[in-house]
Design a protein around this ligand. Structure first.
Ligand code: R5P
Length: 299
């Protein structure tokens, strides 16, 4: 097996190589002044099972192009199989048509992943449970929920004063899986509405009971506004402590400042997306998904 990491997942690739006790093979990645990219795999891949890890957070489009070039390089140079590890699958929120005339953007990305030679893929906490069905290749859908469950257990946050909260109604399925892992912890939800044109959100209603300690769980944090509004909302309804758990730290725009300034006590995310130093903040804790990926690759 040969393991290559794209520029968006160099640290995760290195941790993975360490766990799997194998080298991380070298990639030459050049960006021309006009933004075009050139990829060269610096190892022979003929008849090899190749693993390519590349996340597609910000800059999403450039990271996707790099992934397509890595897949093409592996296929074109004779790899026997090519597993695409895409810890965060960009465009996941555009998985269906919301308004007439729109593109089904996620499907466009998935087609390109398949056309360029991936023979299987590994991903985390897709935005929709239907995402794996959009692929024709085999998909390993991993989750950060077991990591969140173990943090919650370690802190002893399983008691009658604690409730799991979804920042929107769509996240309740995710929440019930986590609740099950924690022996049936109670769940509530904030009702969030988003303006499809401006992206503005309004979180104004709470469904269910709010307890002293709230654990807010989401698949991703992008601008941070959903999180900040939900935290504010549950605090208004009597929560004293709010801990946030989100798999993908997309952290667009001013997210780091918004999250640090929010009323949350702590924000737990994973390393499905690398967070640059300037986007890290005091309340942030980063958990690693490398063991979960290694678990699939070493089978
Ligand atoms: C939405 O359905 C997702 O689960 C997240 O809640 C959302 O994408 C977060 O976006 P933002 O951080 O920009 O509010």
């Amino acid at each position: 097996m040969k393991l290559f990491a794209g520029s968006a997942s160099l640290n995760l690739g290195a941790s993975l190589a360490k766990i799997l006790n194998m080298p991380l093979s070298e990639v030459e990645h050049h960006v021309f002044p006009d933004g075009e990219q050139r990829i060269q795999l610096r190892e022979d891949v003929v008849d090899q099972d190749v693993v390519i890890i590349q996340s597609t957070g910000i800059p999403t489009d450039a990271n996707y192009i790099e992934l397509f070039l890595l897949l093409d390089a592996a296929t074109r140079n004779g790899a026997k199989s090519v597993t695409a590890v895409i810890p965060y699958l960009g465009y996941s929120r555009q998985d269906h048509i919301f308004r007439t005339g729109e593109a089904r953007s996620l499907e466009v990305m998935i087609n390109a992943i398949e056309v360029n030679g991936a023979t299987s893929m590994i991903g985390f906490d897709f935005h929709s449970i239907k995402t794996p069905e959009l692929f024709t290749l085999p998909v390993h859908h991993l989750s950060a929920l077991p990591l969140f469950a173990s943090v919650i257990k370690q802190h002893g946050w399983i008691d009658n004063n604690t409730v799991l909260i979804s920042p929107d109604m769509g996240g309740l399925r995710r929440l019930s899986k986590l609740s099950e892992m924690l022996g049936g912890m109670s769940m509530s939800s904030v009702e969030k509405n988003r303006d499809l044109t401006t992206g503005d959100i309004d979180a104004s209603l709470v469904h269910g009971e709010i307890k002293k300690r709230c654990l807010l769980v989401d698949d991703m944090i992008s601008s941070g506004r959903t999180t900040a509004q939900a935290v504010e909302m549950v605090k208004k309804h009597g929560a004293e402590e709010v801990y946030v758990f989100a798999t993908h730290p997309v952290f667009s725009e001013d997210a780091a400042r918004i999250l640090q300034a929010s009323a949350a006590e702590r924000v737990f995310v994973t390393d499905t997306i690398a967070i640059s130093e300037e986007k890290q903040f005091e309340k942030l804790t980063i958990l690693s998904v490398s063991d979960a990926i290694a678990g699939v690759l070493s089978v």
